[in-house]
Design a protein around this ligand. Structure first.
Ligand code: PLP
Length: 380
C-alpha cells in the first residue's frame, strides 16, 4: 500500500539531537531553539520567531496576545483544522465562519467585510494547501476596521504572496501574527512542533513572557532584569532542545525538500490534466498572486459519490488517498453555536476534495502507478 504520507528524514536529525543531548541543556530556549528562530527570521523576514510545541500552541499564544475575551468575535474559514478555531474558543470568543471560494477551498476574502460587527477582534486567514489568501484585501479590511490578522500558516512554509506593488512577501510576514506547524504531515517537520511569528513589535516582549509560563525568564537570561517572576498569564509553549535540534536539520535541507515536493506536484498536474478535463474534475488552483510550496495535491470531484468511488478504487490499487476537513460550522461541537448561515462552498469541499500521496520519499515508480491508476479509472 502506498501511504498517504511518510515523514522524511534528512539524516542529520539524530546528529543534532546527539549534540543537543551532550550539550547539557535539554529544556527549551537553548542553542538549537535560537538557531532555528534566527534562521527563520533571516530567511523569510519575520519580525520575531518563537518555536512552540505545535501550531495549535502558536495559535493559542496569538489568542492570549490579542487579549481575546468572552464575547469577542473572530472571523475564519469553516474549512480548516479544529485548532484554528479552538485557540480562540478557549479564550471565550465566538467564531464567525466564512465560506470558501468557488474556485479554491480557502476563505472567500470578498465576504469578510459583511461579517464584521462591533465585536469583531480578529481575522484568521488560513493559507490552505500553502496557497496564499489575498492578503492585500484582508489587510485592507483589517486596517479599515482596526482588526488584528493572525495568519494560520500551518501549511505555508516557504510560500509567498505577491502584493499589488509586485513585492514578494513570505506568508506569515504579513499579518500581525502567524502560526506555523512542523507536524510530521507538513513540509518541514519535527514530529510535533510549531512556531509563532510576530510581525507587530508591540507584541515582542509579551510574547516571550507568555511563552515562558507568564514569567520574565527570557528577559532575565538576556540580563535585562535582575530577577525573574510571575508577570502575566502564560503557559509552557516552548519545545525542548531535542525537538529544536531535529527541526534545525530539516531547515538546512529546506531547498532540497521543496524541490522534490514541487517536482511531484507538477508531475501530478501534468499527467492528470487530461483525465481531469474529461471527467470534469478540478485540479488545484494557484492564483497569480501566490506561489506554490507543494504542500498538498488535491482533486475536487463533482459529488461525494464520485469521491468515494475514486478513494475506494485507489485503495483497491494499493494507494491511500484521503479527504480533508469537515465543515467546522456543522461539527458536533460548534453547530449549535454557529449563527445558522449556510456555507455551501465549504460543504462542497468537505464532500468532494480528495488528497493524493505527496511526500519527499514517494518514488517515481510509485507516482507513475498512482497516475496510471487514475488515468484508467472511469466513474460509474
Ligand atoms: C496542521 C494544521 C494545524 C495544526 O498544527 P499542529 O502543529 O498539529 O498543532 C492548524 N491549522 C492548519 C491549517 C493545519 O494544517
Amino acid at each position: 500500500m502506498i501511504p498517504f504520507n511518510k515523514p522524511h528524514l534528512t539524516g542529520k536529525e539524530t546528529h543534532y539531537i546527539y549534540d543537543a543531548v551532550n550539550s547539557g541543556q535539554l529544556s527549551g530556549n537553548g542553542k538549537y531553539t535560537r538557531m532555528c528562530q534566527e534562521w527563520m527570521e533571516h530567511k523569510f523576514g519575520f519580525g520575531k520567531c518563537l518555536l512552540t510545541t505545535s501550531c495549535t500552541d502558536a495559535l493559542e499564544m496569538a489568542a492570549i496576545l490579542l487579549n481575546i475575551k468572552e464575547g469577542d468575535e473572530v472571523i475564519m474559514p469553516s474549512y480548516t483544522f479544529v485548532s484554528t478555531a479552538n485557540a480562540f474558543v478557549l479564550r471565550g470568543a465566538k467564531i464567525v465562519f466564512a465560506d470558501s471560494k468557488p474556485n479554491h477551498p480557502g476563505m472567500d476574502e470578498s465576504k469578510i467585510e459583511d461579517l464584521i460587527t462591533s465585536k469583531t477582534k480578529a481575522i484568521v486567514p488560513v493559507h490552505y494547501a500553502g496557497v496564499a489568501c489575498d492578503m492585500d484585501l484582508i489587510m485592507e479590511v483589517a486596517q479599515k476596521h482596526k482588526l488584528f490578522v493572525v495568519e494560520d500558516a500551518a501549511q505555508a512554509i516557504d510560500s509567498y504572496f505577491i502584493n499589488k506593488r509586485g513585492e514578494k512577501k513570505a506568508l506569515g510576514t504579513i499579518g500581525h501574527l502567524a502560526a506555523f506547524s512542523f507536524h510530521e504531515t507538513k513540509n518541514i517537520i519535527s514530529g510535533e512542533g510549531g512556531m509563532l511569528a510576530i510581525n507587530d513589535a508591540q507584541f515582542y516582549d509579551r510574547a516571550e513572557i507568555i511563552w515562558e509560563k507568564g514569567t520574565n525568564r527570557s528577559a532575565f537570561f538576556k540580563g535585562e532584569v535582575d530577577k525573574y517572576g510571575w508577570v502575566d498569564v502564560g503557559s509552557s509553549f516552548l519545545p525542548s532542545e531535542m525537538v529544536a535540534a531535529f527541526l534545525f536539520a530539516q531547515l538546512e535541507s529546506l531547498e532540497g525538500i521543496q524541490a522534490r515536493r514541487t517536482q511531484i506536484w507538477y508531475t501530478y498536474q501534468n499527467k492528470l490534466a487530461h483525465w481531469c478535463r474529461s471527467n470534469n474534475i478540478k485540479l488545484p488552483r494557484v492564483p497569480e498572486y501566490a506561489t506554490n510550496n507543494a504542500h498538498m495535491f488535491y482533486l475536487v470531484c463533482e459529488s461525494k459519490k464520485q469521491r468515494s468511488q475514486l478513494i475506494q478504487y485507489l485503495k483497491d490499487h494499493d494507494v491511500l488517498s484521503v479527504f480533508h476537513y469537515l465543515s467546522l460550522h456543522k461539527s458536533e461541537f460548534y453547530q449549535n453555536k454557529h449563527d445558522g448561515r449556510a456555507l455551501m462552498e465549504c460543504d462542497r469541499y468537505a464532500d468532494t476534495l480528495v488528497r493524493l500521496p505527496l511526500y519527499f520519499d514517494l518514488l517515481e515508480e510509485e507516482q507513475n502507478l498512482i497516475v496510471k491508476a487514475i488515468n484508467s479509472f472511469s466513474f460509474e
